[in-house]
Structure formats: C-alpha cells, structure tokens
Design a protein. Sequence first.
Length: 96
Amino acid sequence: MGGWSGTLLTDGYAAYRMLKNGGSIINAGCWAHVRRDFAALYKVNRDPHAGMALKMIHGLYSLEKKIRHRSPEKIRQWRQRYARPQLDTLWSWLTA
C-alpha cells in the first residue's frame, strides 16, 4: 500500500488479511458481511445466538441511519458515545 497507514474497511475477502504493512494497517470488516453470516445461520435453524447478534447489529445500523447526514466530527462523537458501548457489549458477548 505504498507506506499508507490507517484503517481499511473491507469485505470478508481473505486476501485483505495480508495487508498488515507491519501493523500500520488495521483491517476493519464490513458489518453487512457479518450481518449476512448471522442472518444465514438464523435462517437455517433459528439459532437464538444468531438472533441476538442480529438485534445488536440492527442497533448499530439504526444509529448510523440517524447520524448519516451529520458532519464527520458529529458522526465520530455519536459513534464514540453510542456505538462504542454497543460494540463493547457485542464483543464481550461474542468472546464470552
């Protein structure tokens, strides 16, 4: 990536995992792909864990819909204030 560093938002394509650049690139996955995987699992067997994950992801989508027309700084502030706690809860739940 020519010395570039930062956060790169990608889909689930495995080749993107190779773009580490000595740790200066953070690969942030796409929520649509994560949601799609949980939706497929829920569709197959109504897995309650997948249903819970879908509800949590829906909460993040709802927040994004509310803030989409705000300034980049306001979006950052809202994400830190409202999305971060939701993400922390989701992460704790997934890694428990």
